[in-house]
Design a protein around this ligand. Structure first.
Ligand code: 4NP
Length: 154
């Protein structure tokens, strides 16, 4: 029985949310926290695809292999299956709120609200950016992952 189940959600599920999933898996493993983790996109255009190659490279730099992650679109049962659903930006959060079913039990929020001093901030979409943007994504999601581990431990 996991201590908590967590779903990270961005637009395509090929850049930001796979990195958030990877960072949180790594942080939870290091803390020996038994968690269930997944990620999804609000959109389904990339369903079945591996993460963006730049996201794979960024995760690899931090010792996490994500090449066998596969993108999927969020579905109604995610709102009862997971304890926490974290949106990577405001648009993702708005889209999640629009499809939250009446029987939802998950707590739905913005990822960076976990980080003191960063509340209300988005994790910027690196899709049209370069390697530096993916490094910034990693920095953001790993900060949030560390705070989430701390919170679940507490
Ligand atoms: P993600 O990035 O939401 O962080 O996975 C994107 C991936 C794909 C697209 C947009 C953002 N797209 O337009 O295909």
């Amino acid at each position: 029985m996991p201590l908590a189940s967590v779903l990270f959600v961005c637009l395509g599920n090929i850049c930001r949310s796979p990195l958030a999933e990877a960072a949180f898996r790594a942080a939870a493993d290091a803390a020996r926290l038994p968690v269930e983790v997944d990620s999804a996109g609000t959109g389904g255009w990339h369903a079945g695809d591996p993460p963006d190659r730049r996201a794979i490279a960024e995760a690899r730099r931090h010792g996490v292999a994500i090449g066998d992650y596969r993108a999927r679109q969020i579905r109604a049962e995610d709102f009862t299956r997971f304890d926490y659903i974290f949106a990577l930006d405001h648009s993702n959060l708005k889209d999640l709120q629009a499809i939250t079913p009446a029987n939802a039990t998950a707590s739905v929020g913005l990822l960076m609200d976990l980080v003191p001093g960063r509340a209300g901030q988005p994790v910027a979409d690196p899709y049209y950016g370069g390697p530096d943007d993916f490094a910034e994504t990693w920095a953001d999601v790993s900060l949030a992952a560390a705070m989430l581990v701390q919170r679940l431990r507490g």
